[in-house]
Design a protein around this ligand. Sequence first.
Ligand code: SF4
Length: 196
Amino acid sequence: MDRLLEIAERIRRCARCRLHETRRLAVPGEGRAEKGVMIVGEAPGEKEDEEGRPFVGPAGKLLTAILARHGVDRGRDVFITNVVKCRPPGNREPLEDEIAACTPYLVEQIAAVRPRLIIALGVHSARTLMGLAGRKIAKIADVRGKCFEVRIGAVDTTLCVTYHPAAALYNPKLRGALEEDLARFIGGGGGLLKYM
Ligand code: SF4
């Protein structure tokens, strides 16, 4: 079985942390690994929990639209997932122990995709991925808009950080910054050219 599908099957049955008690559906991630690009958000929201798919609510629609404007088809060109695979109740922030319990799945997905580029959306994603690479960050403002050459497990990759689209939904300043960052990370109008 495809490695990503096998990981997804385990995530759907997972009861490693308390979030399995309140989720409707776990959200392992979706998309294609071939182009070596991963987008990693923080945790599923209400719509994602209902559908078992990442970034399908309002924040996901914003992300999908920005990617499309820059020539990136989210189903074809990237693998999209979250640090935490089950929805925290009421969309609260994921807790440290939940992130710790779930991160091994993300590490396995990174080993399976072997991405040349990982885009971290939001502070929990940035902190977790930088942590896996042995680096600490205090706040997202310190790393937003920047890219780092990192090693996660046995994978050497470029990790770029920007705001989470949920934060950008109602804040035009963050929205502009998110769009600007994504355009730069994915190589402009040609779409992922830098990495293909
Ligand atoms: S959030 Fe992650 S660790 Fe917790 S139950 Fe869901 S899949 Fe398992």
